[in-house]
Design a protein around this ligand. Structure first.
Ligand code: ATP
Ligand code: MG
Length: 660
């Protein structure tokens, strides 16, 4: 079974005497070590799958790992294994220990838009930029486990002082809604385990061995959670690469690599040096590039995949030309090498770059999937329905109440909501709860009272059914009762309404399937959806399609042929990083992009790009130079050919090749 591993990988898999860190460059088989180690522990060491947890960076990575382990072990032996993100693990802990943290198990997980709304209200309608700033600051504190009291002392300028002032009220509001934010999913378990050793012990007994992928991008709170769960035993394996730390802006802290060595003096550190992913040209370029960063840990990578093709660097006139060139090159390449669309990826720095590529791919009939864009679950129509599901699940969720009661409009206006809100405030209960009380009649106009009452009664009826009936059936019923399709037709333009309705149907299918597959209750499904984030989007689709992704979302993945686009000063490295002098993180981002490629890598840059309404000349990125001499500039004069010409060209080729 261990024959698919090299010597240091095998050592990492077999090492169970204490904490273990696999510190190695891209494509060296770190993730493979984790999957193999799970199988090894179950098959050879008698550990039970239900006592093992593997932590991945995205839900998608979790699904893939679960599949792989199932193949190695078989479904029966893999049963009960936990493979999920830190946040998903947090949800499980909070759900199970809800009482101890003062929540109901059906707590709501509020997303970024909800949070922004709460902060805007608490701050007395601050503008969007200010509210977002406050949101970031508070989130940063929570990731670093800083309490409101501590934050108050830290505030040394006006902006942070404002955030510190709102922080306690913000926490209070969340709890009043029986809601948590994303950061709470880590911070609450950490506080819980600090305060309740017996709960910590429960989880230590349940999760006897922990494996963590992409360790370099954990934050302080996640590290603490890891320490609490593994306890003195230090029963864990972490794998990571400091050169791929790209989430500092979201509170990740590569210092956690050093902390591990300090906190666990017996830590076994294993390095892997053979890369199994890329050709040597690609690997050398990546090594040369990253050598420009100050080194934390010395690493060298080699591969026996041969030298491979030079890295192509293509200059385009502007972003439209760039997208045209890539669609053309991709089609031609695929035809020539008889590859699959899924062998290709187009990677970029910012989401806004995706649109032009989508247009060109569509016009060339090239199928694609996109990750890192607007999430399916962020769409207005899905959020509408989610507000109902959240409310059914948790009557204290005032945000969900407000959205649900006003969508579709049922004659309940701002004045009614305000009156309800005031009354609820004095009684210290939720909007939903007061809407069911007798006393509400004194506060709400009789005409609207009927609407409020029947809405509340309907939600209560659904909540009662939620225990017995599948989520899909309830949603189907809900759509019919609220006349959602008709409402879409009334309020949107026809095509828009149709497209939204299609999304709704997809959502119903998804919920039905998920409910059956995982045997999950409505509450659990609602919490699962809240966790599906931007990085996961588009991945349910296994079709043969080109992958479009941000560099951040491409972590851990690999593709035969990679197009790294917009490699320009100001974009990669991003202007804000040039200004803030945080080039090293941008270089790591470039390193992540380069090392996704197995056989070929094409880098493109534009001569001109629109920036702040103005079209400006731009320079090719410094990182291209830093790749060393394995690159080759090609096609500076490449002109995109028209579809007609392309057709003829392929027709000629086909004629030359003869019948199949
Ligand atoms: P990244 O840093 O990008 O996350 P990684 O270190 O996790 O990369 P993996 O994704 O585990 O690397 O492995 C890269 C590729 O090499 C995968 O296709 C994997 O199946 C393959 N691989 C890993 N180890 C071996 C091995 N010993 N023999 C053959 N192939 C291997
Ligand atoms: Mg990996």
């Amino acid at each position: 079974m261990l024959s698919h591993l090299n010597t240091p990988q095998r050592e990492a898999v077999k090492y169970l005497d204490g904490p273990c860190l696999v510190l190695a460059g891209a494509g060296s088989g770190k993730t493979r070590v984790i999957t193999q180690k799970i199988a090894y522990m179950v098959q050879q060491c008698g550990l039970e799958a239900r006592n093992i947890a593997a932590i991945t960076f995205t839900n998608k990575a979790a699904r893939e790992m679960e599949e792989r382990v199932s193949k190695l072990l078989g479904k029966a032996e893999a049963k009960g294994l936990t493979v999920c993100t830190f946040h998903a693990l947090g949800v499980r802990i909070v759900r199970q220990e809800a009482k101890l943290v003062g929540l109901k198990p059906q707590f709501s997980i509020l997303d970024s838009a909800d949070i922004l709304q709460i902060i805007t209200e608490l701050s007395g309608n601050a503008d969007k930029a200010t509210a977002k700033g406050i949101q970031w600051t508070i989130s940063g504190w929570k990731n670093a486990l800083i309490t409101p009291a501590e934050a108050e002392k830290l505030a040394n300028d006006e902006a942070t002082a404002l955030a510190a002032k709102l922080y306690p009220a913000y926490e209070k509001t969340l709890r009043a809604y029986q809601g948590v934010d994303f950061d709470d999913l880590i911070a609450l378990p950490v506080r819980l385990f600090d305060a309740h050793p017996e709960a910590r012990e429960r989880w230590q007994n349940k999760l006897r061995y922990l494996l963590v992928d992409e360790y370099q991008d954990t934050n302080r709170a996640q590290y603490k959670l890891l320490k609490q769960i593994t306890g003195d035993r230090g029963a864990f394996t972490a794998v990571g690469d400091d050169d791929q730390a790209i989430y500092a802006w979201r509170g990740a802290d590569a210092e956690n690599l050093n902390l591990l060595q300090k906190d666990f003096p017996k830590l076994k550190v294993i390095k892997l040096e053979q890369n199994y992913r890329s050709s040597n040209r690609i690997l050398n370029a990546a090594n040369t590039l990253i050598a420009n960063n100050e080194k934390l840990f010395e690493k060298r990578l080699w591969s026996d995949h041969g030298l491979g093709e030079p890295i192509h660097v293509v200059m385009a006139r502007d972003p439209v030309h760039e997208a045209e060139l890539i669609a053309m090159k991709l089609s031609a390449h695929k035809f020539e090498y008889k590859s699959h669309f899924s062998d290709y990826a187009i990677l970029y720095r910012g989401n806004h770059q995706a649109r032009l590529f989508e247009q060109q791919l569509r016009s060339h009939n090239i199928p694609y999937v996109i990750s890192g864009g607007q999430s399916f679950f962020d769409r207005a129509e899905i959020r509408d329905l989610m507000s109902y599901l959240r409310l059914i699940s948790n009557g204290d969720d005032d945000l969900a109440f407000i959205r649900a009661v006003t969508t579709p409009r049922r004659g309940i206006g701002a004045a009614t909501l305000e009156a309800l809100g005031t009354y609820a405030g004095t009684r210290n209960v939720s909007l939903f709860a007061v809407s069911q009380e007798e006393g509400v009649a004194e506060h709400v106009a009789a005409r609207q009272l009927e609407g409020v009452r029947s809405f509340g009664a309907y939600i209560t009826a659904l909540a009662n059914r939620a225990h017995k009936e599948p989520a899909g059936v309830l949603l189907e019923d809900l759509l019919r009762s609220i006349g959602y399709e008709a409402w879409l037709m009334e309020t949107c333009e026809v095509r828009e309404a149709q497209s939204r309705w299609r999304n709704v149907r997809d959502f119903v299918d998804w919920l039905t399937r998920k409910g059956e597959q995982d045997n999950k209750t409505l509450h659990e499904l609602v919490q699962t959806i809240a966790l599906i984030n931007l990085l996961d989007k588009g991945n349910e689709d296994e079709a043969d399609a080109v992958q479009l992704a941000t560099l951040h979302a491409s972590k851990g993945l690999e593709f035969g042929h990679v197009f790294l686009v917009g490699v320009e000063e100001g974009l990669l490295p991003h202007q804000s990083s040039i200004d803030a002098d945080t080039i090293e993180e941008e270089r790591r981002l470039m390193y992540v992009g380069v090392t996704r490629a197995q056989r070929s890598l094409t880098i493109t840059a534009c001569e001109r790009r629109r920036n702040g309404g103005e079209i400006r000349m731009v320079d090719i990125s410094r990182f291209v130079e830093e790749l060393g001499d394995g690159t080759k500039r090609v096609g500076k004069d490449d002109e995109p050919i028209s579809k007609e010409e392309a057709k003829n060209k392929f027709a000629n080729l086909r004629a030359m090749l003869g019948p199949k």
